[in-house]
Design a protein around this ligand. Structure first.
Ligand SMILES: NC(=O)c1ccc[n+]([C@@H]2O[C@H](COP(=O)([O-])OP(=O)(O)OC[C@H]3O[C@@H](n4cnc5c(N)ncnc54)[C@H](OP(=O)(O)O)[C@@H]3O)[C@@H](O)[C@H]2O)c1
Length: 180
């Protein structure tokens, strides 16, 4: 499985249970990577999505410790609320197997989508990290692990993008373990 995240120069990812900045170009990229796939969220991030609803056209797995917490799935797609890492891994393996059976790349079937506690929990289970690297420093209260300090390298990077409305510059990067 992979993780997908947008970080600033200090690996900041969020503040007050919201993103640091909303970049339409990043949203488009995120949609392209995750549409039709399985996305995994912590309860706080799921609640931060528009209308506190799952994203359209994606299967969701949501982690919560609250046994009464429920989420209404979007039409045609699943939304399973689970309470342990083991349950997530079991469901994720089923999505990967289904992708393989359909002739798709199983390593692109499941995305860890945050927030901070979920990225941390599944860090060692991820093969690749799709990072939108925003060339700014924001006031953040949630952070992603510093991949460069952990020995990961950039194996692909897009051309530099510029957000029309704000002039904010960013690139899309793929990080993998050195030596892969
Ligand atoms: N920049 C990005 O790409 C990006 C992406 C996603 C999120 N974010 C940001 O990240 C921030 C939220 O991150 P966060 O760490 O505060 O929250 P989170 O990871 O989204 O959710 C935390 C919640 O997940 C549940 N949980 C976590 N570990 C669990 C476990 N082992 N077993 C059962 N349940 C578990 C708990 O829910 P209960 O309280 O219900 O028990 C916990 O309160 C926001 O600012 C958001 O905007 C940024």
């Amino acid at each position: 499985m992979n993780a997908i995240v947008a970080t600033d120069r200090n690996w900041g990812i969020g503040k007050n249970n919201d993103l640091l900045v909303h970049l339409p170009g990043d949203l488009k990229y995120y949609k392209k990577k995750t549409l039709g796939k399985c996305v995994i969220f912590g309860q706080r991030t799921l609640e931060s999505l528009p209308g506190s609803k799952p994203l359209p056209k994606r299967n969701h797995i949501v982690l919560s410790d609250d046994p009464t917490y429920t989420v209404e799935p979007r039409e045609g797609f699943a939304c399973d609320v689970v309470h342990s890492k083991e349950e997530v891994l079991e469901l994720a393996a089923r999505y990967e197997a289904a992708a393989e059976a359909a002739g798709e790349d199983p390593s692109e079937a499941v995305f860890i989508c945050g927030g901070a506690s979920i990225y941390e929990l599944f860090f060692d289970d991820c093969d690749a990290f799709y990072v939108t690297r925003i060339d700014e420093v924001f006031d953040a209260d949630r952070f992603f692990p510093n991949l460069e300090e952990k020995g990961f390298i950039v194996t692909w990077e897009s051309d530099e993008q510029t957000d029309e409305a704000t002039g904010i510059r960013y690139t899309f990067r793929k990080y993998e373990r050195a030596g892969v």
